[in-house]
Design a binder for this molecule. Structure first.
Ligand code: SF4
Length: 434
């Protein structure tokens, strides 16, 4: 969601006549899009903002001082406090006030007025704001904002608000516009996409939305994020039925222990999660499943943690994002007393990471010798003669760039790659010709 918001910010700044520069040193205006879901990111952000003070403005800048703006969840949560804490920050905006950024920047440029705006402008989606998409061939498409679930550890409902869905027509029109412009892959965004439409239509209509977007002619369709309690049979069936829906699903389980799931207020049990996995695998045997897992939630015993490890092996995830629990002020879990010693949590975390890597490798091994349809995204970070892209299962794939082809011709196209080598986090192979 933040990446998408950042694309909107870039679009609005370009509409004001700004150009993107690669480093802070060259920038007259710097906008930080922030996230307060995890403590580590927040600490890093505050360090970066503090150190901006010491970076002089570029030679030739018309400004005596760089304009620094902070947006996103931390802007929403802290508002004016950020202006007090960081006297060199000029603008703060919240998750619902993206559209006010250009006006605030203009006032700041003309009058040097420091301002914050965390008001809720009724247009939570700002769909008419200019957007500078990072890639011509891919688009993020927010279908809803906010979350009604109030998991006990999570700050999102407090900073992104309650669920608000766009209309089906609005989303489909935007999707069609992307397809007509040559976009190959659309990723639908929402904190809990499965409940899309509930606030607006009285019942979720996510499965219908998937069908309507499939009918636009998009080549690849993905979505994040799903909540296990809301994943319906209709959405599961869509993995079998819809041509464009890629066989990859991110379904966070957080903990394998029912006791911890209850303390997390996740509203499902381990048995329910596993029943969903069974249905999904039946509907789409090639489905890649990824997940989020929290280690060290207050009160987690070795037995609870063992149940989490068991789930990892039982499901066979292609990827898992593992997090050490960090209390977020204002959430119910932050009040829980039975926190765990750091060494125990770290030791469990390390064990889990090793397990996740084994499972990821096992998943990737199954691709050995197969030819996959790879959407080319660019070149490998390590070697400009190696192209990098994504398989339908969202695996990163590398392949030597054919001598007679330029990477610019291939970016955004789908090419067949025969997989010759499998690693934990990527596959490599050869582009098949003819
Ligand atoms: S469903 Fe996700 S975004 Fe919503 S409260 Fe739970 S963890 Fe946070």
């Amino acid at each position: 969601m933040n990446k998408h918001d950042a694309e909107r910010v870039s679009g609005m700044l370009e509409a004001l006549g700004a150009v993107h520069v690669p480093t802070l040193e060259e920038a007259d205006i710097a906008v930080f899009m922030t996230c307060c879901v995890r403590e580590a990111a927040e600490v890093r952000l505050f360090g970066q903002i503090a150190s901006c003070k010491n970076v002089p403005v570029r030679t030739g800048s018309p400004l005596a001082q760089r304009i620094i703006a902070i947006g996103g969840c931390i802007g929403e949560r802290d508002g004016d406090e950020l202006l007090t804490r960081f006297p060199h920050v000029s603008v703060v905006f919240g998750t619902h006030s993206l559209a006010s950024l250009p006006g605030m920047l203009k006032r700041c440029l003309s009058d040097r007025v420091r301002q914050s705006d965390t008001s809720d402008t009724a247009d939570a989606f700002s769909t008419d704001l200019p957007t500078k998409r990072e890639h011509a061939w891919a688009a993020w498409l927010p279908i809803m904002t906010g979350c009604d679930n109030f998991c006990s550890y999570c700050i999102v409902p407090y900073v992104r608000g309650r669920e608000r869905s766009r209309t089906i027509e609005d989303v489909v029109t935007e999707a069609q516009r992307y397809v007509d412009a040559g976009v190959k892959e659309i990723t639908l965004l929402g904190q809990n996409v499965n409940s899309f439409g509930r606030d607006r239509y009285g019942a979720p209509r996510f499965a219908e939305l998937l069908q309507r977007i499939d009918a636009t002619g998009i080549e690849r369709l993905r979505f994040v994020t799903s909540h296990p309690k809301d994943l319906s049979d209709e959405v599961i069936a869509a993995f079998a039925d819809l041509r464009s829906l890629m066989p990859a699903l991110h379904l966070p389980f957080q903990s394998g222990s029912d006791r911890i799931l209850q303390a997390m207020n996740r509203s499902y049990t381990r048995a329910h999660y596993l029943s969903l996995i069974a249905k999904l695998k039946q509907a789409c045997p090639s489905l890649a499943l990824s997940t989020d897992i929290i280690v060290g939630f207050p009160g987690e015993t070795e037995e609870d943690f063992g149940a989490t490890c068991e789930m990892v092996c039982q499901v066979g995830f292609s990827q898992a994002f593992t997090f050490i629990y960090s209390p977020r002020s204002g959430t119910p879990a932050a009040q829980m007393r039975d926190t765990l010693p750091r060494e125990i949590v770290q030791e469990r975390f390390d064990r889990l990471v090793a397990l996740v890597q084994e499972e990821a490798y096992r998943f990737n091994r199954a691709a050995q010798g197969r030819t996959l349809a790879v959407l080319v995204e660019g070149v490998s970070k390590r070697d400009a003669r190696v192209l990098a892209g994504k398989s339908p299962q969202n695996q990163t794939v590398h392949a030597a760039l054919p001598d007679d082809l330029d990477i610019e011709q291939l970016i955004g196209t789908i090419v067949p790659v025969r997989i010759d080598e499998t690693k934990t986090w990527y596959l490599s192979g050869e582009v098949m010709r003819g």
